[in-house]
Design a protein around this ligand. Structure first.
Ligand code: F0G
Length: 353
């Protein structure tokens, strides 16, 4: 019997991993690339969803974390630290368990989704809620890793980007070549950097014949790259991408310009509308930040930027179960019935009232 071995074993020849290194893995990657029927009809294109919520801790962060924790273990680290809007911390906490390390987590106070906090807690991380936003947490994490015996596993650590680039490899492996357009949410801008690195490597020295245009979308209240300036007090319902000063800002601009793409913004309303569309019409439950890619694609269609007939991949970065509040918000309580088939049938509309 065969099962996916995790991104390091599957793509070892394209990753900076030492031969003898003990690989710390939860068999991340190998995620579904799902044809999106409703989105394809709406856009006149062939749209696919790269469902990264299917990773072991429920987000794409696991691809980078298997690399970061494998490297940290090899270098003898006993403890790791990250700043996070939630998913990085959930992933770091889980992989640190596998490596027998202490995991320290810095999150913006009151601004991370419940499921993500639960993950960090249950995996035994040491969590501090910082009186500040993600950007403040990252500053603090950098300072702690510079001055204390703790390794930084944020995407400013280049091996994180190396791991995350494997998502682009998987897409090319599945489709036979790169798509025309790749769309994804942008927060700290590590992932757009990683996909672009993966696509360019696979085109220069691998099975891809070309690279896609990279389209990135930030939330309107947290759109420093679109504005061209740091956002001091970022806000958005998509807490995962509530970031005002992305660490990989310049790399994101490079990905945009070298690929002939663009980086734009979507409003919270557009994000939540795409979030509902994905769940109710494609059967794919994502967290709000993840829906920014699809919201962006639909915005681009409305603006006439999408020629029909193209092959488009949207990355949906995290699982909807991370942040279930948005699924239940405003929804009526399901009605309560006795154990009675006739009553239940009427309530379900299967029989006349
Ligand atoms: N989508 C989700 C679900 C995320 O958690 C993140 C980032 C992004 C998109 C944006 O990716 O930062 O590489 O541009 N989350 C980080 C975290 C910041 O701490 O979990 P990016």
């Amino acid at each position: 019997t065969h099962q996916w071995r995790g991104i390091i074993e599957e793509y070892r020849d394209r990753l900076p991993v030492t031969d003898g290194a003990a690989v710390i893995t939860l068999r991340e990657g190998g995620t579904p690339l799902v044809p999106a029927q409703v989105l394809s009809e709406r856009t006149g294109c062939e749209v696919h969803l790269k469902v990264e919520g299917a990773n072991p801790t429920g987000s794409f962060k696991d691809r980078g974390m298997t690399m970061a924790i494998t490297r940290a273990a090899e270098e003898g680290a006993k403890a790791v630290i990250c700043a996070s809007t939630g998913n990085t911390s959930a992933s770091a906490a889980a992989y640190a368990v596998r490596a027998g390390m202490v995991c320290a987590v810095l999150v913006p106070q009151g601004k991370i989704a419940l499921g993500k906090m639960g993950q960090a807690l249950v995996h035994g991380a040491k969590i501090l809620q910082v009186e500040g936003n993600f950007d403040d947490c990252l500053t603090l994490a950098r300072s702690l890793s510079d001055n204390y015996p703790v390794a930084l596993v944020n995407s400013v650590n280049p091996v994180r980007i190396e791991g995350q680039k494997t998502a682009a490899f998987e897409i090319v492996d599945a489709l036979g070549d790169a798509p025309d357009i790749h769309v994804l949410p942008v927060g700290n801008a590590g992932n757009i950097t990683a996909y672009w690195k993966g696509y360019t490597e696979y085109a220069a020295n691998g099975p891809a014949g070309r690279t896609p245009r990279m389209w990135g979308f930030q939330a309107s209240g947290s759109a420093p790259i679109v504005r061209g300036e740091v956002v001091k007090d970022p806000h958005t319902v998509a807490t995962a991408i509530r970031i005002g000063n992305p660490a990989s800002w310049q790399f994101a601009l490079d990905a945009r310009d070298e690929s002939g793409g663009f980086i734009d913004e979507v409003t919270d309303r557009q994000i939540l509308s795409a979030y509902r569309l994905l769940a109710a019409q494609e059967g794919v439950f994502v967290e709000p930040a993840s829906a920014a890619s699809v919201a962006g694609l639909l915005k681009a269609v409305d603006e006439g930027k999408v020629d029909p007939g193209q092959r488009i991949v949207c990355t949906v970065t995290g699982n909807g179960l991370k942040d279930p509040e948005w699924a239940t918000a405003g929804a009526p309580q399901p009605s309560v019935v006795p154990v009675d088939a006739a009553v239940a049938a009427r309530r379900l509309g299967l029989a006349d009232a």
